[in-house]
Design a protein around this ligand. Structure first.
Ligand code: FES
Ligand code: FES
Length: 159
């Protein structure tokens, strides 16, 4: 019987890691259960809610439907890796300032996606921002506060 185990090397929040994983494990399971990075949330687990979003080589992905083996040689950033030395990023602060966080379950995924948008250094209309974030579900805030928070940072609006 052939083994389902495989060694992968990848970088998570700047740390180079080598892990033996099961080829059926999702990146989300590896991050949460092996590396104790529980910022990415386990929501629908079928790629519909965005709660599990992390960056892979700068692009947001649903880590629940991204196999760990696909992360070989790649750079993963989770919400825990966004801020240096425990300081909030402008995007994180904007979510707080605009009341875009309530229970917080959707917030890590949204902040990761919004940060990926910000790193594109491109101004965006409100509709474009909404479209880009449309893969994220939030049951609490309504989406107005979230899109306002993201708009403020992406389009460099003063408070
Ligand atoms: S938990 Fe991954 S998209 Fe919902
Ligand atoms: S803040 Fe609760 S789901 Fe979005």
């Amino acid at each position: 019987m052939s083994s389902t185990l495989k060694k992968i090397k990848f970088t998570v929040n700047g740390r180079e890691l080598e892990l033996e994983i099961d080829i059926r494990e999702s990146l989300l399971d590896i991050l949460r259960d092996r590396l104790e990075l529980t910022g990415a949330k386990r929501g629908c687990e079928v790629g519909e809610c965005g709660a599990c979003t992390v960056m892979v080589n700068g692009e947001p992905v649903d880590s629940c439907i991204y196999l760990g083996v696909w992360a070989e040689g790649k750079e993963i950033i989770t919400v825990e890796g966004l801020s240096a030395k425990g300081e909030l990023t402008a995007m994180q602060q904007s979510f707080i300032d605009e009341g875009a966080v309530q229970c917080g379950f959707c917030t890590p995924g949204l902040v990761v996606s919004a940060t990926a948008l910000e790193s594109g250094h491109k101004k965006m209309s409100g509709d474009e921002i909404k479209r880009e974030l449309s893969g994220h579900l939030c049951r609490c805030t309504g989406y107005k506060q979230i899109s306002t928070a993201v708009d403020k940072v992406i389009n460099k609006k003063e408070p």
